[in-house]
Design a protein around this ligand. Sequence first.
Ligand SMILES: O=C(O)c1ccccc1N[C@@H]1O[C@H](COP(=O)(O)O)[C@@H](O)[C@H]1O
Length: 219
Amino acid sequence: MKKLLVKICGLMREEDVDHCINSGADIVGFVVDYPVAVPWNLDIKRAGELIDHFRKKIEETGIKCECCIVSGGNIEKLSNLISVLKPDYIQLHYKEDEDTIIGLKKLHSIKIIKTVPEGCDDAKAFEKAGADILLVDARNAENAASSGCSLNEEFYKNVRASVDIPVMAAGGINPSNVKDIIDRLSPELIDIMTGVEESFGIKSQKKINDLMDNIKDYI
Ligand SMILES: O=C(O)c1ccccc1N[C@@H]1O[C@H](COP(=O)(O)O)[C@@H](O)[C@H]1O
């Protein structure tokens, strides 16, 4: 079986970056300059500090991990975030369309994760535009700051069946339900934010350990 990739998102503290890297997360996510007020939002300066810390840590330890910024908005704004922060991925999580993907791919050598809004019946268009990974998530532009959202598994399956690129699953995943979700959907990637938190922006080392332990047979 192909290895499942794990993204842990909404990091705000150096110690949480360290713990995610040490625990075997494949991608760590930083929410930067998101267009709607959310508790995980960082300004570009603070995101730069955390990403510098991330780079030092992976250089020191030799552990393989990549970083992703989660944002939204127009090409100029997103392009500036990419130029300054130089992440491995950008996750377009607001109302971006295919032209934003095409424009960013022309300007930058960057991997793009594009959220597919629930109800969207043309995920293929994002794939054609150059997205590297699609994301089916319970959290979207309208309910960005809410908690208790859970993934629409039927919608996930429909998106997965319609494209040839990996589709990441997110929304309400936590250490207790992660194994069942993987068994039902066999996603290529999973994305977890609040499910491994003590409170908004404060990650729980125990929850991260439990999560990784519960999926050790898949990673
Ligand atoms: O992280 C945010 O602030 C954010 C804002 C707007 C939309 C999505 C956001 N994060 C994404 O939420 C899911 C996981 O959520 P949870 O595990 O259910 O809490 C993940 O895709 C994040 O990238």
